[in-house]
Design a protein around this ligand. Structure first.
Ligand code: ATP
Length: 239
């Protein structure tokens, strides 16, 4: 295991015009860690993930991946280096088939044999997706679409997977299935940064977590520590 964190944010700031949504946050992920970012609506979690993935520019601070600054690197080159985002709302191409959606994830790869092998790996992990390869993705259930979105990201061979609200709008049983999939991705050694509104679930599931409020990180600790923290319990666990 390398001592350099896979991802480091140092005093990172992100703005929409004059509005600063992320006001100088610092966090890091070691190789192989599963870390979550929790917080209320509008805290800046999605903005943070988009800045890491490169779909949003930064307004200040540092964004280091494998110890190197990537602030100026376009999103597609970050993807090629192993940084993949499963966006809020899943970002499925609704008119394309499941298979076409999955293959989109590999569009920047040239190692075609390895792509086929990875497709097989994704099918093993997501048997439900394999059953529906030729179905138009827009007709899938929400849970199936979330699985396709995760499968698509896996086809880019990510080293760091950024997951934005994978449980959103899904029934508890479906959420359980999605989290089983995330667990098996983590077990393969993929580092994961998970944004979740469902704080209870995220904290039980993650090794470490950060709490974000109004563009700042206000608390950090292991999942168990934060679950026991009275401030977290009062603000995010409905106590
Ligand atoms: P949610 O769970 O509701 O998505 P979040 O923690 O992910 O919340 P963000 O979506 O990152 O929060 O939003 C952070 C802040 O930035 C909010 O005040 C939001 O209104 C603002 N914001 C987000 N997107 C834009 C935009 N495109 N233009 C202007 N302001 C924006």
């Amino acid at each position: 295991m390398s001592a350099t964190p896979l991802l480091q944010l140092r005093d990172l700031r992100v703005a929409y015009g004059a509005i600063e949504a992320v006001k100088g946050i610092s966090l890091e992920l070691a190789h192989g860690e599963l870390v979550s970012l929790i917080g209320a609506n509008g805290a800046g979690k999605t903005t943070t993930l988009n800045a890491i993935a490169g779909t949003l520019g930064t307004a200040g601070g540092e964004l280091l991946y494998e110890g190197k600054g990537i602030e100026k690197l376009p999103a597609h080159l970050r993807l090629r280096r192993g940084l993949a985002l499963v966006p809020e709302g899943r970002g499925i191409f609704t008119r394309l088939t499941v298979e076409e959606n999955l293959r989109m994830g590999a569009y920047c790869r040239r190692d075609h044999d390895a792509v086929e092998a990875d497709l097989e790996r994704v099918f093993t992990m997501l048997p439900r997706v394999k059953e529906r390869l030729q179905q138009v993705a827009g007709t899938l259930s929400g849970g199936e679409q979330q699985m396709v979105a995760i499968g698509r990201a896996l086809l880019s061979r990510p080293r760091l997977l950024l997951l934005d609200e994978p449980s959103m709008g899904l029934a508890p049983l479906v959420v359980e299935k999605i989290f089983e999939v995330i667990r098996s991705v983590a077990a393969e050694g993929v580092t994961i940064l998970l944004v979740e509104q469902n704080a209870n679930l995220a904290l039980e599931f993650s090794q470490r977590a950060y709490v974000m409020e109004s563009g700042r990180i206000t608390l950090a600790g292991s999942g168990a520590e934060l679950l026991a923290d009275p401030k977290v319990r009062a603000a995010y666990l409905g106590e």
